[in-house]
Design a protein around this ligand. Structure first.
Ligand SMILES: Nc1ncnc2c1ncn2[C@@H]1O[C@H](COP(=O)(O)OP(=O)(O)O)[C@@H](O)[C@H]1O
Ligand SMILES: [Mg+2]
Length: 188
């Protein structure tokens, strides 16, 4: 167990430094496929927690590292499943794209929304800090990680010229929105 933890931590830190160095080749990545894959990966965990996961939306093609963007989506969906309210809870993953126009860049958007406990806005502002675990004192779900998940999502979004937005849902839970520059037709 201690070993598995150390490996998780090492892999997360390596991914962080890779994202920071922006040392990755960019290719066209459809966020809707990445989202499907993340949901599939987390399906067994969601089944155990009795949390319903849905994925819908349009193709949304960004330019980036398939590995890092897969990690970004998987971290968000994993968080949404594990930091949920348990049986009867849900996770909704939605992708969308807006084309660029008249000099304005288009956006490829991935949003992950989940039920869960009420989150104070002051807490949400700290969640992307490394090793920050919001409700750790109250509840630390098995397999949740070491508090690097959102730090990594933030840095992967940054490294792709995008943003991560976190917002408390009314009634509890979180909405995480990643917005990346959409790939142009020539880049696909
Ligand atoms: N989807 C979510 N819903 C509710 N709380 C969340 C969600 N994602 C993250 N959090 C909170 O943010 C903290 C930091 O997330 P993260 O960096 O992934 O660390 P970890 O999952 O290892 O605890 C979590 O401990 C949890 O308190
Ligand atoms: Mg996490």
């Amino acid at each position: 167990m201690v070993n598995a933890r150390a490996i998780d931590l090492t892999e997360a830190l390596l991914a962080l430094s890779r994202a920071d160095q922006r040392a990755f080749t960019r290719e066209a990545v459809d966020l809707s496929l990445i989202a499907e894959e993340a949901a599939e990966t987390l399906h067994p965990v969601a089944a155990v927690q009795s949390v319903a996961v849905s994925v819908r939306g349009d193709a949304a093609v960004a330019l980036g590292s398939p590995t890092l963007l897969q990690q970004l989506a998987t971290n968000l969906v994993q968080n949404a499943v594990l930091h949920n309210s348990g049986p009867g809870g849900w996770v909704r993953v939605v992708t969308s794209a807006t084309p660029g126009s008249a000099g304005l860049p288009g956006a490829a958007v991935l949003s992950v929304e989940n039920t869960g406990e009420e989150l104070a806005p002051s807490l949400i502002a700290t969640l992307t800090e490394p090793f920050q675990r919001g409700t750790a004192r109250i509840r630390s779900p098995h397999g949740a990680g070491v508090g690097l998940g959102l730090a990594l999502v933030q840095r992967i979004a940054d490294a792709h010229g995008g943003t991560l937005e976190l917002a408390a849902r009314e009634g509890g839970g979180l909405r995480a929105t990643v917005t990346l520059p959409v790939a142009t037709a020539a880049e696909r």
